[in-house]
Design a protein around this ligand. Structure first.
Ligand code: HEC
Length: 156
């Protein structure tokens, strides 16, 4: 075998898997782009059309909601219903601050869903005071139903 031929063979065999790798990468890339287009444009949820500042504010508020839920579940597990009740009211209930925040949104259905959610958290706070774990978990599930419903309906 002369040298050039050998080099060509090596290139051919080395080139093959590289070529097919590049192909699958391209496919992956187009899938990713498709997914991100779905995320940002046409996944069927209603956009709230928020400004960048409102978006940041909302996400921070949401992360705080999630943290509160974690706290409440942990406190129910420990049997500390009084602290769980305070947490439910202070962090998720319809406090004056929450009311103000909800009123900043233009979309009326979103606003109403938000208010119902905060009211259900106040109901949860009341149920927690009974120190009944089963009823408390049931009420928590109802409150979390609003998280699920709103996320399925609206996006930023
Ligand atoms: C009235 C509507 C509404 C309710 C109720 C609601 N959320 Fe959200 N939440 C949103 C919207 C809108 C977004 C942004 C979603 C998007 O644009 O894809 C969001 C985003 C989030 C995020 C993402 C935060 C981030 O930093 O990316 C978390 C976590 C979250 N919500 C948790 C919760 C939890 C937990 C509850 C209930 C205890 C809850 N939310 C209730 C509307 C709501």
């Amino acid at each position: 075998m002369n040298r050039n031929l050998l080099a060509t063979c090596i290139l051919f065999f080395v080139g093959m898997p590289l070529g097919s790798f590049a192909g699958s990468q391209e496919q992956e890339m187009s899938q990713m782009m498709h997914h991100s287009m779905m995320d940002h444009a046409d996944d069927g949820r209603i956009s709230l059309g928020l400004s960048a500042k409102m978006k940041r504010h909302q996400l921070a508020n949401m992360r705080s909601h999630l943290e509160a839920i974690q706290g409440i579940v942990g406190l129910i597990g420990k049997g500390d219903f009084d602290t769980a009740s305070e947490l439910a009211h202070n962090r998720l209930g319809l406090t004056e601050d929450m009311q103000k925040m909800c009123n900043m949104f233009e979309n009326e259905n979103f606003r109403n869903l938000g208010l119902q959610f905060h009211k259900s958290a106040d109901h949860l706070a009341e149920v927690l005071k009974t120190k009944d774990a089963n009823q408390s978990l049931q009420a928590l599930s109802e409150t979390m139903g609003y998280c699920v419903q709103c996320h399925a309906t609206f996006r930023q």
